[in-house]
Design a protein around this ligand. Structure first.
Ligand code: CMC
Length: 440
């Protein structure tokens, strides 16, 4: 395909790409984004040529237009609505970032007050949900509980299920961002046989979350402000990440008109996988398995041996071919948390630091541009805070809910929104005759 150069602003196309196939020449419009690679609009390829494109894993496919998050993987850049992630992590907080993701701008003082008021108005969950939780075995993985609990919200909140009503969409967005920490803390409390702790609306978002996680009804629990700030920063860093697997899942589920609670449940399911949000739990399991710094060289050998199927969890990224900018912030947060808790000598941390050193200098990882990603450090921080590894991906889901719902809302507001319906390269059997059972 050859591109005819003529720069233009999105979304109008002032240049075309030309494709020659089967002695036919077809032109496709090209669009430039405000940043990042331009795209070739191949939506008419099938009607014009009878061919599909083939791109398993979406290596070269932009699935939608979006104004929310920008990533430059080669330069290690991540921005929400134009703001660099490290600046937001330092100067903003998760609730402000959730407003930014949803509305496109940082709130002014009045908007911020109103946003916080609305979130606080929805922190409790229907009391009946306690019974839903009690139906799960105590040993359930909390992501299984979360997927069920998020979907079940649709059964409780009938007044915000009309996806075509902007006011109901907004109400669902607030309900989801506000209730996810409550549902997450309930999943934790349930798993250890402790009573649920109700939200405390005089606390900020992260303080309230830590309080619901660690307070008990029998004694006063004071939230450590350093840990609350670290938690808030982790939530901010995980809040959105462009069209990753879980966000694309949310969009695809939502493209059929499914309600937002069902879509969040789909996102949670996708996030659970170890190649995605499940990696933070997998990192801790890997560090535990290695067990000692002296065992690292053997482990690295296995990672490099493709037949072992072992990957260095918390390393590598489909988009970042440079240091994950979130990992940079988290490394510093890790030091703050461990400094506060006096756990600098944590044995798993020693293994992690040595792994990082080796991976950043070893030819295998350098050649493939495999840098630590966000999940490499988040698990170690959570662990230091006393959060069990099964909860790590749940915390990712709490944060990513802000991005999921913002992306879902953006899609629902887009008049060009269509049901997502990929096609395939069929390699199965051609038509054949049915053979009755007695003759097979
Ligand atoms: N350890 C060892 N080798 C790796 C790793 C790793 N973690 N990641 C990639 N490679 C190798 C891979 O085997 C391949 O080698 P070769 O070119 O010789 O065949 C090369 O690097 C390119 O990898 P890829 O599998 O084509 O890359 P991908 O974009 O399909 O996969 C990934 C990206 C994140 C799934 C992968 O790097 C991975 O499995 N990493 C470990 C899991 C992880 O940490 N996931 C969290 C991602 S960040 C948070 C999130 O988005 O949820």
């Amino acid at each position: 395909m050859a591109a005819t150069e003529k720069k233009s602003a999105a979304p109008a196309s002032k240049r075309n790409a030309t494709l020659s196939v089967d002695s036919k020449t077809v032109e496709f419009p090209m669009y430039d984004g405000t940043e990042g690679p331009s795209v070739i609009d191949i939506s008419k390829l099938y009607s014009d040529t009878g061919y599909f494109t083939f791109d398993p894993g979406f290596m070269s496919t932009a699935s939608c237009e979006s104004k929310i998050t920008f990533i430059d993987g080669d330069k290690g850049i991540l921005r929400y609505r134009g703001y660099d992630i490290d600046v937001l992590a330092e100067k903003s907080d998760f609730l402000e970032v959730s407003y930014l993701l949803l509305n496109g701008e940082l709130p002014n003082a009045q908007e911020s007050k109103e946003h916080i008021r609305k979130i606080k108005n929805h922190t409790m969950v229907h009391e009946q949900l306690h019974f839903l939780y009690r139906g799960f075995p105590r040993a359930s993985h909390p992501m299984a509980v979360m997927a069920g609990a998020a979907a079940s919200l649709a059964a409780f909140y009938h007044d915000s299920l009309d996806v075509n009503d902007p006011a109901q969409r907004e109400l669902s967005a607030y309900r989801l961002i506000a209730k996810m920490p409550t549902l997450a803390a309930m999943a934790f409390k349930y798993s250890i046989g402790m009573p649920f702790i109700y939200p405390q609306n005089e606390m900020n978002f992260s303080e309230n979350f830590l309080h619901m996680m660690f307070a008990t009804p029998c004694e006063k629990y004071t939230v450590n402000p350093v840990l609350a700030r670290a938690m808030d920063r982790i939530l901010t860093l995980h809040a959105d990440h462009e069209q990753n697997a879980s966000t694309s899942t949310v969009r695809l589920a939502g493209s059929s008109g499914a309600n937002p609670f069902a879509c969040m449940s789909a996102g949670i399911a996708s996030l659970w996988g170890p190649a995605h949000g499940g990696a933070n739990e997998a990192v801790i399991n890997m560090l535990r398995e290695i067990g000692d710094v002296s065992k690292i060289p053997d482990f690295i050998k296995k990672v490099k041996d493709k037949s072992s199927g072992i990957k260095l969890m918390g390393f590598g990224h489909r988009v970042y071919k440079n240091y994950d900018p979130r990992a940079k912030v988290l490394r510093q947060t890790l030091e703050e948390v461990l400094g506060e808790l006096g756990k600098i000598d944590e044995p798993l941390l020693k293994i992690a630091i040595e792994l990082e050193r080796i991976a950043l200098s070893d030819e295998y990882f350098v050649e493939r541009k495999l840098y630590p990603n966000v999940d490499f450090y988040s698990g170690i921080i959570y662990r230091a805070m006393g959060i069990p590894s099964k909860m790590f991906t749940v915390l990712f889901a709490v944060a990513r809910t802000a991005g999921w719902i913002a992306q879902w809302k953006e899609m629902m507001e887009d008049p060009k929104n269509k049901i997502g319906r990929p096609r395939q390269l069929y390699l199965g059997a051609q038509q054949r005759s049915f053979i009755p059972l007695e003759k097979r």
